[in-house]
Design a protein around this ligand. Structure first.
Ligand code: SF4
Length: 314
């Protein structure tokens, strides 16, 4: 690692510490992201904290940078939301949230915006995002009974330069009460040193406690909804690819029926060239290996492995 990289990695830790200062000591409370996520991870994060690597810290820093960027854009457009507004549960003070952006209209209406940075925008918001937003709106509703409250999730893909707002959420008492109960369960497990149940989701891919996670040790893993949604999209995209490949092949046939195998032509907008590619030779690795194993050993090359993904509809 170069000196500059070593310096940046050290400084990145400090930068993340500074950017998260407003969140206080997360070991002392259960926040909205804990309640929206996996209870086992929430507990283990507190009792067995891990040092994050540079890649994870950079992702955190990207989230902070996106918040600053969106805040700047709101301000440039003449809006002045409250940032990182802390709201504590009046009866269970261990449960609290920090609202990314809170708007209060002159009419008294509140609007909560939860910002999420992603790699690619999902078609629908992830369940953990929605739970987080519901918990925030529910706490707000407890502090401002009867107020008109709404919420949205703003997902932003900084690399692609795209964003999408999932809007029109309203506080829901039943959902909020379930989330409060979940937060209290996490706190109770922490107090007595128990590990709570798992709640697998897409973020398992980034979880430092996955290695011995009971969910992944089970024979038949029940696929979480958000991963199911991705797998379905993968199946649909694969079908589209097959259809597109067939279409390309048929179009090629039609064009070749006009051009033949040797042709050069152009129009105002395109150029067409066809030419014959002669036959070539290849080595049958199976025969070589069996009949000339010494030669095979001398000429073989390592090929990098890859992860195979098979998805089949049931
Ligand atoms: S791997 Fe997933 S289910 Fe297991 S603890 Fe981590 S977040 Fe929870």
């Amino acid at each position: 690692m170069s000196k500059l990289q070593a310096f940046l990695e050290k400084a990145l830790k400090e930068k993340n510490r500074q950017s998260s200062q407003h969140l206080g000591d997360r070991r002392t409370y259960i926040g909205a992201s804990d309640i929206g996520g996996c209870p086992r991870k929430a507990v283990l994060t507190r009792i067995l904290p891990v040092e994050h690597d540079a890649a994870t810290l950079l992702k955190f820093a990207r989230g902070h940078a996106a918040e600053d960027l969106i805040h700047g854009i709101f301000q440039a457009g003449g809006l002045t939301p409250l940032r990182e507004m802390e709201i504590r549960h009046p009866v269970f003070p261990d449960l609290l949230c920090h609202i990314d952006f809170l708007f209060k209209a002159k009419s008294g209406r509140f609007h909560v915006v939860e910002l999420k940075t992603t790699n690619g925008l999902p078609d629908t918001p992830y369940g953990s995002w929605v739970d987080q937003l519901h918990f925030q709106m529910g706490l707000l509703a407890l502090h401002y009974p009867g107020a008109d409250i709404g919420g949205s999730i703003l997902a932003i893909d900084l690399n692609a330069g795209t964003w999408h707002e999932f809007n029109s959420y309203k506080p829901d008492e039943i959902t909020f009460n379930l989330l409060v109960a979940k937060g209290r369960r996490i706190k109770a497990c922490l107090d007595v040193g128990e590990t709570p149940d798992v709640e697998p989701g897409l973020l398992c891919g980034f979880c430092p406690y996955r290695i011995d996670c009971p969910a992944f040790l089970e024979e038949a893993f029940v696929i979480p909804d958000e991963v199911q949604a991705l797998a379905k999209r993968h199946l649909e995209a694969t079908e589209l690819k097959k259809t597109a490949e067939k279409k390309v092949s048929k179009l090629k046939e039609d064009i070749l029926s006009f051009t033949g195998t040797r042709f050069k032509g152009k129009s105002d907008s395109l150029f067409i060239n066809t030419s014959e590619v002669g036959p070539s030779e290849t080595v049958d690795a199976y025969v070589l290996k069996n009949r000339f194993p010494d030669v095979y050993q001398q000429v073989k090359k390592e090929r990098a492995g890859f992860t195979r993904l098979d998805i089949k509809p049931i």
